[in-house]
Design a protein around this ligand. Structure first.
Ligand code: AMP
Length: 224
């Protein structure tokens, strides 16, 4: 397969980031996370960050016209020439159409959309227990992956915080936004024959195994 142009789709907290890190290492693809790009922009105090912050803190989506240009530009960088792994984009039909246009203009197309499914209740449990080292970005979970000493990073002792948008009421809003604005992409990509579904309640290794098998099958099909 010449290119591996992949999208990871699914609600916040489905494990897209975890899977993306594994796929990145295995297939040598750049992991392009819009959430990470926007959080970095907020931390750097750039114009993009200043625009995005209010939306992010309340769990709303940043407007399409703000995010689309950023991602299209990122996809044009050298390391994305042979493929990419989009995590958190597209999140609306407008974004998906813009992505298709941009790829089409470069004579490229999507290889597959990997949908990681997790029920809402499980998402709320996962996200509201998440704690982050604000310096390094290292992530823990109060039940599933607790630090050795409560509230403190194992590696450098930095006090852990809860991200503003990980607070339970914001998580509920993020889920509502997902169902309203992002879930329509499931049918959108299914209609194009691109969608592959994965049970995100399984252990991360198991999910990774299923995704790997799907990518191998896609590659074999292309060789035939
Ligand atoms: P994430 O870490 O992917 O859940 O993203 C965190 C927040 O960044 C979201 O709740 C949105 O406010 C914003 N965001 C990330 N990706 C997008 C996108 N593709 N479109 C609009 N807003 C986004």
């Amino acid at each position: 397969m010449s290119e591996l142009n992949l999208i990871l789709l699914g609600p916040p907290g489905a494990g897209k980031g975890t899977q993306a890190e594994r796929l990145r290492d295995e297939f040598e693809l750049p992991h392009i996370s819009t959430g990470d790009i926007l959080r970095q922009a907020v931390a750097d105090g750039t114009e993009l960050g200043q625009t995005a912050k209010g939306y992010m803190d309340s769990g709303e989506l940043v407007p399409d016209e703000v995010i689309i240009g950023v991602i299209i530009e990122r996809l044009g960088e050298d390391d994305a020439r042979d493929g990419f792994l989009l995590d958190g984009f597209p999140r609306t039909i407008g974004q998906a159409d813009a992505l298709a246009d941009a790829l089409g203009g470069l004579d490229r197309s999507l290889t597959a959309v990997l949908l990681i499914e997790v029920p809402d209740e499980e998402i709320v449990k996962r996200i509201s227990g998440r704690r982050v080292n604000p310096e390094s970005g290292r992530i823990y979970h109060v039940d599933y992956d607790p630090p050795r000493e409560e509230g403190v990073d194992d590696v450098d002792g930095t006090p852990l915080i809860q991200r503003e948008d990980d607070k339970p009421e914001t998580v509920r809003n993020r889920l509502a936004v997902y169902h309203e604005q992002t879930a329509p992409l499931v049918a959108y990509y299914d209609d194009q024959g691109l969608l592959h579904r994965f049970d995100g309640t399984a252990a991360p290794n198991e999910v990774a195994g299923h995704i790997r098998a799907t990518i191998s099958t896609l590659r074999r099909e292309e060789e035939i």
